[in-house]
Design a protein around this ligand. Structure first.
Ligand code: GLO
Ligand code: MG
Length: 373
């Protein structure tokens, strides 16, 4: 089951977006936390209704992790195994594909000073074990990608940061992903990605932009062809004042744009994670990003990575508002695809500004404008 419209092969709606209880640093959860099986049922509903084709998850979104039992997933009688089977049954029945698996190295307080780049070797080993378990869970679901989001691998205090080692720690951690996939002969993974972000939750993260991520893949990873980047646009790159068209074009030019995380953002702010097109800015940049992808001929997966506005969470009906959130996300994507199709590259123009104004008229279907009195 594919979507196959414009440059989008299929649409993925991750567990963490649907399950988000909408807490922020200034207030607790607005919505009740719903069980992962309930989240699976919502995603299955969206699949059957024709809104999405795939999902993604962090290990922690699905099942709890106990560092004392790093291989509980291998025991078919464990609660973890039973839960994973139940979730898979619900999603398989709805024909939902599994796009990506991410190891959460940010949620548990053990990883408060980083996961793969933690200065403590014992915690790095624990992180590697958690990555292995996530890879196995991804294999069970048939996930296509493993994703490393930079998360808490970053710093606030430069004077104590192990600058001579952090990027070795990172290379070791990421090379372990491909070593483990090879060792266990996992065939489900067609690639792995780095998801860069400039800051938040750390003051500074070690791979802040798509450029940093691509450079690290070519310079430090054993299997650079397997790895790519999933930029989060508009959010993460806009936090660093980058432009979305430039980001996707740069990554495509190196064959490193594996898929997109999609949402909206106010430039230079914290990670807003607004649903696509929502918020006071970003419409033009989003449409131009899709025009750029169309022009280049890229086709791939769009994965939402956002949550509903905290103000629109409805504690009285936390299922209905979650369904509406999914509908809003997919509606926005369909709108953007239509808007991007309308914009033509001008062949002759009197000035760059007049070309830009023409594209806005096309995008908004305004026709000719006579500005005279
Ligand atoms: C947070 C990131 C995060 C990742 C997720 C999957 O800012 O966008 O949600 O996308 O961990 O890698
Ligand atoms: Mg993301």
């Amino acid at each position: 089951m594919d979507f196959n419209q414009g440059c989008v092969s299929y649409r993925s709606m991750p567990f963490w977006c649907v399950g988000s209880p909408l807490s922020d640093p200034f207030g607790g959860a607005v919505l009740d936390r719903i069980d992962s099986l309930e989240v699976a049922k919502l995603i299955a509903w969206a699949g059957k209704a024709g809104y999405v084709e795939a999902t993604s998850f962090h290990d922690d979104d699905l099942v709890p992790w106990n560092p004392e039992q790093p291989e509980d997933d291998l025991d078919p009688d464990s609660d973890v195994s039973k839960k994973l089977h139940a979730i898979k049954a619900v999603l398989d029945q709805a024909g939902i594909k599994f796009h990506a698996a991410t190891c959460s190295l940010h949620g548990n307080k053990i990883f408060r000073d980083g996961g793969l780049c933690n200065p403590d070797p014992a915690i790095r080993r624990l992180a590697a074990k958690k990555v292995e378990r996530t890879l196995r869970i991804g294999q069970f679901f048939g996930a296509k990608y493993y994703v490393y989001w930079v998360a808490r691998d970053g710093f606030e205090v430069p004077v104590i940061t192990k600058w001579g080692h952090v990027y070795d720690f990172l290379a070791d951690g990421l090379n372990h992903v491909t070593d483990y996939i090879a060792e266990k002969k996992m065939t489900n993974y067609i690639g792995a990605t780095i998801e860069p972000k400039p800051n938040e939750p750390r003051g500074q993260m070690f791979l802040p932009t798509s450029g940093h991520a691509a450079g690290f893949i070519f310079g430090r990873l054993k299997k650079p062809d397997f790895w790519g980047v999933n930029p989060e646009l508009l959010q993460h790159e806009s936090m660093a004042l980058m432009n979305a068209s430039m980001t996707v074009a740069y990554l495509c030019s190196m064959n490193k744009l594996k898929f997109l995380h999609f949402g909206s953002q106010i430039k230079a702010q914290f990670d807003n994670d607004f649903p696509p097109l929502i918020g006071p800015e970003g419409l033009k940049e989003t449409v131009m990003m899709f025009k750029t992808l169309n022009d280049i001929g890229w086709k791939g997966v769009i994965e939402y990575d956002c949550h509903m506005l905290r103000a629109e969470g409805n504690p009285e009906d936390d299922i209905a508002c979650r369904k509406q959130f999914i509908i809003n996300c997919v509606t926005a994507l369909s709108m953007v695809l239509k808007l991007a199709e309308r914009v033509e590259t001008p062949t002759g123009y009197t000035s760059q500004s007049s070309a830009d104004l023409l594209s806005i008229r096309q995008m908004c279907a305004l026709g000719d404008i006579d500005p005279r009195r």
